[in-house]
Every structure is written in C-alpha cells, then in structure tokens.
Design a binder for this molecule. Structure first.
Ligand SMILES: [Zn+2]
Length: 375
C-alpha cells in the first residue's frame, strides 16, 4: 500500500489547472496547496492551534536545520516531528539538499554524497542519499524528499547536465534506501533552465516510480518569465495521476502561474519572512507597514481579508507595533500573510471547481495592478 493516495477531483476546462485531494497518514489535503514553512519544527511566530485556525493543511520542516539542531535522533526519541512539535496534521520534510548546497564554500560534492560544515559551529558532516533518507525517516514526516543537487543559476550546460545525472543516480539510491512504508517519497526533477535536461531528468525519475514529483532548482535568481516557462513545459512531463510540487516558490503570482500550469503543491518562506520585515500581502498588492503614510490609517491591512488581524487591528496599530519592535508585530503580520496565501489557494480551488481559473487569474492581476506593490 502506498503511504499516500492522490485523486484528481477536477480539471479546469480552460487551462492545465487541476484540483485534487491528497490523503496522508495524518490527514487529507485539498490541492492546489500552499505549505507554510516551519524550518525549525515551528512556523515562526505561530502555534499549531493558530495554524489550524487559519486552515493550514500541511507544514514543511527543513531536514538540514533539524539534523544540525536538535538532531534527528533526538526528535525520533521524543516521538518524531508530529509529537515533538505538537502538530498532528501532515508534514513534509525536504531532503536538506537545497540548504547544504546553499552553504557554498562550506561544502564538497562527490558521487557518494556531500561533505559540509555546519553553519552553526563549523563542525564537519556528511550526507549521502542513504543518510538523507535515514534522517527523514527518523524525523517522521508524511512526505519525504529525495536528496538532490540544486545547481546555481546561471550555470554552464555541462555542469547542469552532470548535476542532473548525479541527482538521478541519487534518486535511485534514495528509493532503495527507504525502509518505512508509512512515508511517501517524492523524486526531484533538476536540469536548471535547460529544457532538454529537464526532459531527461523527468523521464529518468518517472521511470523510478515515485509517489510524487517535484521541480527543484527554481527561484534561484532566474527571471520570473524563465521560471514560468520551466513550470509550463515540465508539469506535463510528470505523471498526471501523481502530485506535482514546485519547491521554494514563491510570490502569490508565482503560485497562480504554477497552478495554471498544473502544479499542485508549493512552499515558500516569503509570507512568513516578509511578515517579520513588515511587508504585507493584500489583494491590491504588497504594502510596507513601516511607511509613514500608515501612521493614522484606521483601515485594516486588506479590506477584503477575513482574517483575525484584519477584523481587529488597524494599519496604524500594526505600524506602531512594528516600529516599537514588539513581538506581537511578527505574530499578527505572519497571521495575516499566511491567511492571505491560504485563502488565495482556497479561491483557486473554488475557481477550478467552477471551470473559471483563467478568469480568477485575470482578476488576480487586475486587482493587484490597481494599487501596485510598495517597496
Ligand atoms: Zn488579514
């Protein structure tokens, strides 16, 4: 029995968008879904009860960070991630690949795996595909990811080709290393911005028959146009009946474009990280709550938002909290931004159900442009 069950509920007649339901050992997720990021086994500033209240369906945790601190074995001894962090809903863990490769000078790649130094204390570590799976099995997420190499952008064709081939060989090793049958394993398609390499990588991974497929190596500094192009030609290369996940994106418009191409799952630190910096998402564009113009503004962050923050607090108060360095600023800003992302996904699912995702997408851009983004 596979650990997850994915069903497509509706395909929009006007585009490639689809809605589905993904059943995991810890609950069923409606797709397309946005997965808030809980890097250190916590979505910064939010309790699991609050995550429930804003209808978060699944949380992502970062393997690299939890491996470094407090350690995957400790998490396993304390009952696994669900029990440790008091979240009984679905969890996805990444493989740690992206973080390890972001260490730059601190890491060395070989066929066997990657040797790297901890960003915390400089201690030396080695992660192989087998080890990445063992760590994720100890953490106990519902969905785990293959260990992949994420090439930088821009990168030479030959480098990206060799890197994607390595990712393919590592994917096979990950699949062979997997022991737990209550976790789903997703393969990660690489190949940078080179179409033929993406096609080859997708073909190779599909042959290994994973429970789901991700596109990695996007949002690494490329232009948005290029990112959208890669999503558009890659999504149809992946099996129709398996969940498709684009890792690490993105801004609300990136999610809209991904859904339009037939992607089902997304994750990004943008709503949470930006919230802590005072940048808030609204239906008419992004606002910067620090701006002097909000000093006496009695209106909510977003007139159209039904969240707890918009129901109860003014822009003026939120600006004051931010400027005063109050903890509540991070909490309320994060609450609103996550609510914004999650309701955008709810709206998208509803639009797909009614065959009007194309219209939904058009209206999203029209509204956003009515005000525009602040710096
Ligand atoms: Zn709100």
């Amino acid at each position: 029995m596979p650990a997850i069950d994915f069903k497509i509920i509706k395909k929009d007649r006007g585009c490639a968008a689809r809605s589905g339901s993904l059943t995991t050992p810890h609950g069923t997720i409606d797709t397309p879904v946005f997965m808030p990021v809980g890097t250190q086994a916590t979505v910064k500033a939010m309790t699991p009860e609050e995550m429930r209240e804003i209808r978060a369906q699944i949380i992502l945790a970062n393997t690299y960070h939890l491996y470094i601190r407090p350690g995957h074995e400790l998490v396993a001894r304390l009952g696994g991630l669900h029990e440790f962090m008091h979240w009984d809903g679905p969890i996805l863990t990444d493989s740690g690949g992206f973080q390890v490769f972001s260490l730059g000078e601190l890491r060395k790649i070989s066929e066997e795996g990657v040797r790297f130094q901890s960003h915390l204390d400089g201690s030396s570590h080695f992660i192989s595909p087998e080890r990445a799976i063992a760590i994720q099995e100890a953490l106990g997420g519902d969905i785990i990811m293959c260990f992949d190499e994420c090439p930088p952008y821009p990168a030479e064709y030959d480098y990206v080709r060799r890197s994607a081939e390595l990712t393919g060989r590592w994917a096979r090793r990950c699949k062979e290393a997997k022991r737990r049958d209550d976790q789903a394993l997703f393969g990660i398609v690489q190949g940078g911005m080179y179409r033929d390499l993406r096609e080859r990588s997708a073909q190779e991974l599909c042959a290994l028959e994973f429970d789901g497929y991700a596109l990695g190596g996007l949002s690494v500094g490329e232009e948005k146009r290029l990112m959208y192009e890669v999503m558009e030609y890659c999504a149809p290369l992946l099996p129709e009946d398996k969940p498709r996940y684009v890792m690490g994106i993105g801004a609300p418009e990136d999610l809209i474009e991904g859904i339009n191409s037939g992607v089902d799952m997304f994750d990004c630190v943008m709503p949470t990280r930006n919230a802590r910096n005072g940048m808030l998402f609204t239906t008419t564009g992004r606002i910067n709550i620090k701006n002097a113009g909000y000093a006496e503004d009695r209106s909510p962050i977003d007139e159209e938002c039904a969240c707890y923050v918009c129901k109860n607090y003014s822009r003026a108060y939120l600006r004051h909290l931010y400027r005063a360095g109050e903890i509540l600023a991070s909490r309320l800003n994060t609450w609103h931004n996550l609510h914004y992302y999650l309701s955008l996904m709810t709206g998208a699912r509803k639009a797909i159900a009614e065959d009007r995702f194309t219209q939904f997408r058009r209206e999203f851009y029209a509204k956003k442009q009515s005000l525009g983004d602040e710096d």
